[in-house]
Design a protein around this ligand. Structure first.
Ligand SMILES: [Ca+2]
Ligand SMILES: [Ca+2]
Ligand SMILES: [Ca+2]
Ligand SMILES: [Ca+2]
Length: 265
């Protein structure tokens, strides 16, 4: 047990949520600049803070997910050498193990690492892009990842990425936003490849985004809040994932000057 360190003390490199001890309550994981893994486990009335492991120096990014499918969230870390390490939760600590090797950061400048279940087997996978725009997926499994090529995009065209099953087939897809708010989907196929589909476009005003089944049709939609006007727009995937776009009300109490937790460019 212990206290959650201040930013100054811990130098957090990344803070991620997930159910790391598998008790159905979402916990918080903080990873320090030196690669120490500190969990804040959600209890009945408070977080219980514990140090669960140590990746060490030289890691460039981390994602959390249940990569072995045992119901407890694990952490995958990418080292600058290109080695992929997994911190597997046993419910009380992380067991660290090197799993796969990618090319080094120096040669590929890896970016946009995210977790999701891209092949729909209920085990989380990771996706990552190299400096030429190639997307690779690491399918999760007991001991390591099965890494394979998915497709290739322009590596610099997009400002933000989201993982969601927009097609509703059980396989997570990727949604990307350009700086001018055009959206492109990378649909996960049965083959393990991905296929690009145009999703739609919003005005260029800054927006905040939320994903969920807002209409109750059991499909994921994207709700976009225009931060200049307070207007909501709903983008629902339809034929070939092309979005049906419609206004979805005004957030009348919304103050354009209010601090918003989402990300702006
Ligand atoms: Ca938990
Ligand atoms: Ca797990
Ligand atoms: Ca999977
Ligand atoms: Ca899908």
């Amino acid at each position: 047990m212990g206290n959650w360190l201040s930013s100054e003390e811990a130098n957090w490199q990344k803070v991620i949520t997930g159910d790391f001890n598998g008790d159905q309550r979402t916990d918080v994981l903080g990873i320090t600049n030196s690669g120490t893994l500190i969990v804040a486990l959600a209890g009945i009335n408070e977080f219980v803070v514990e140090t669960w492991g140590e990746f060490g120096d030289g890691f460039v990014d981390y994602v959390a997910g249940d990569f072995d499918g045992d119901g407890k969230f694990d952490v995958t870390g990418l080292h600058q050498s290109g080695n992929v390490w997994r911190a597997t939760s046993d419910g009380a600590s992380f067991q660290l193990k090197r799993t796969n090797g990618l090319a080094s950061m120096v040669s590929r400048d890896w970016r946009n690492m995210m977790a999701g279940d891209f092949n729909g087997d209920s085990i989380d996978d990771f996706i990552i892009q190299d400096n030429r725009g190639n997307w690779f997926i690491g399918d999760g499994g007991t001991d390591k990842f099965t890494v394979h090529f998915a497709n290739r995009w322009n590596p610099d065209a997009f400002a933000e990425f989201f993982v969601a099953d927009l097609s509703g087939d059980g396989r997570d897809d990727l949604l990307a936003r350009t700086h001018t708010n055009a959206f492109v989907c990378n649909e996960s196929l049965v083959s393990g490849r991905m296929f690009v589909r145009y999703f739609g476009k919003l005005s260029e005003d800054p927006h905040a985004f939320a994903f969920g089944d807002f209409t109750g049709d059991r499909r994921i939609e994207m709700a976009a809040l225009n931060l200049n006007t307070g207007a909501w727009t709903l983008m629902s995937p339809s034929e070939l994932l092309r979005a049906t776009i419609r206004p979805f009300g005004i957030w009348t109490s919304f103050q354009p000057t209010a601090t918003w937790a989402g990300r702006l460019d």
